[in-house]
Design a protein around this ligand. Structure first.
Ligand SMILES: [Zn+2]
Length: 326
């Protein structure tokens, strides 16, 4: 029997911390005896999701991850979380190619839990979902802008060590940090690339176009997470197009975190990308936290004038081409 939702979708930009169904996360928290600050389930949902229509600042939004990351910080919890996300993406949106990202260092309770146990548990979560559904899934390890170079280097080493086990790429994410510079990671990312990993980096989201420029110059990315503010500079757009770098655009997320004012501003940026032939895909960033699905995201993008129906198909094609899962 075909999937009731129709055509298959690809999603490239999803964070584990924002993608687990609250009911599943609630159960995982209880199985581990975590003391939650919420009195009941509904307060818990409120704690880890963004209310429809409400808007948080970028930093407030990242604070929501505090709880989800804590609950996901054990081998059992990571395995269950990854398994739920991959299966859920298939059931709820017919996503058959899914790249799921997380920071292993934010799942080991500050070193209390063994990193390899966490990583292998996440791989097992993917494998279990693959046994149940006709999907392809890969893991992306996120470095963090607020972690020091030593810790971030360990994450890259782990990604390289597990590259034949389902880890497909590395990323840099996390809150802004004035002491952080993308260019400091040039050698480390070169090593990751030479080991065969894909490179995608969060930039041009809460930052302006210079951040994307720095990433392109020093880290040689295949893709950029968000990257919308790259539209502020025509020269940069031309370089993105020449190098065939894909932007992982997340409309609902951008509106919630107020990194763009409104749909009009976002539509303006996408028009610039269209003009310069910069490839982009549409993503949720964290479907459960933002109470959306990729399907709703795509419908909304057409409804809000971000893309035409024809362009939607093109974005899907680009996403498939730019996927790190081979
Ligand atoms: Zn993201």
């Amino acid at each position: 029997m075909p999937h009731p939702l129709g055509d298959e979708l690809t999603e490239l930009h999803v964070h584990l911390g924002g993608a687990v169904d609250p009911a599943a996360l609630w159960s995982i928290a209880h199985r581990q005896g975590i003391r939650l600050p919420s009195r009941d389930y509904w307060e818990f949902v409120d704690l880890i999701t963004v209310k429809k229509g409400s808007r948080k600042s970028f930093e407030e939004f990242l604070m929501l991850y505090r709880w989800t990351e804590l609950i996901q910080s054990s081998p059992l919890a990571v395995e269950e979380s990854v398994y739920e996300v991959v299966g859920g993406a298939y059931r709820k949106a017919n996503i058959t190619t899914l790249e799921l990202r997380y920071n292993p260092m934010k799942r080991n309770r500050g070193g209390e839990q063994d990193l390899d146990h966490i990583i292998m548990a996440s791989i097992r979560g993917v494998d279990r979902a693959l046994l149940e559904y006709p999907v392809k899934a890969g893991l992306i390890f996120c470095l963090d802008r607020t972690m020091d170079m030593g810790l971030n280097e360990i994450i890259v080493d782990k990604a390289i060590a597990y590259r034949h086990r389902g880890v497909v790429a590395v990323d840099i994410a996390g809150p802004a940090n004035p002491a952080f510079h993308y260019r400091d990671y040039a050698a480390l990312f070169k090593r990751a690339r030479q080991a065969g990993l894909g490179i995608t980096v969060h930039a041009g989201e809460d930052e302006d176009w210079h951040s994307v420029d720095e990433v392109v110059r020093y880290l040689e990315p295949d893709r950029i997470g968000h990257g919308i503010h790259a539209a502020q500079d025509a020269g940069l757009c031309r370089r993105l197009a020449e190098r065939n770098i894909l932007l992982e655009v997340c409309p609902t997320s951008n509106l919630h975190t107020r990194v763009v004012r409104d749909n009009e501003e976002l539509a303006g940026y996408l028009a610039v990308f269209r003009k310069h032939k910069v490839r982009f895909s549409l993503n949720t960033d964290g479907p459960e936290m933002l109470q959306t699905t990729l399907r709703e995201e795509l419908k909304g993008a057409v409804r809000n004038g971000l893309v035409s129906k024809e362009e939607l198909a093109q974005c899907g094609q680009w996403a498939q081409e730019a996927s790190f899962i081979k």
